[in-house]
Design a protein around this ligand. Structure first.
Ligand SMILES: [Zn+2]
Length: 122
């Protein structure tokens, strides 16, 4: 089965593109992932803290935030290619969102990450 998010429609046939709106259709796995993201977003109030420049930026920052136990969501970015049509980042590669409670922690991590990039020694 395939799903069209913009139309909220289900297609039994093996289609890749929605015949109604032209959006890329989601597989079951992608749809599941989408709902998880939606749930995360509604359960906590996430705020954007950083605009990612590219996949390396995303990978490093994601790891740093995970290491610090900061929950985070990347809108746009590598893992969300499937949703680009429905969920396009405003600028850059993608946007990192963290829970409101973790803003300060996230800012610290991002600041350290950015200053370490500027120095580039060793
Ligand atoms: Zn559609």
């Amino acid at each position: 089965m395939h799903y069209c998010l913009p139309c909220d429609a289900v297609f039994e046939k093996d289609l890749r593109i929605c015949p109604d709106c032209g959006s890329r259709l989601l597989t079951d796995d992608e749809r599941e992932l989408w709902h998880q993201v939606q749930e995360d977003l509604t359960n906590q109030s996430f705020v954007p803290v950083h605009v990612l420049e590219g996949p390396i930026d995303e990978a490093i920052l994601s790891e740093l935030l995970s290491d610090a136990d900061v929950a985070h969501i990347v809108r746009g970015g590598h893992g969300y290619d499937a949703f680009r049509t429905a969920f396009t980042a405003q600028e850059g590669w993608g946007v990192v969102l963290v829970p409101e409670d973790d803003i300060e922690k996230a800012h610290e991590i991002i600041h350290l990450y950015q200053s370490s990039q500027v120095v580039e020694e060793g």
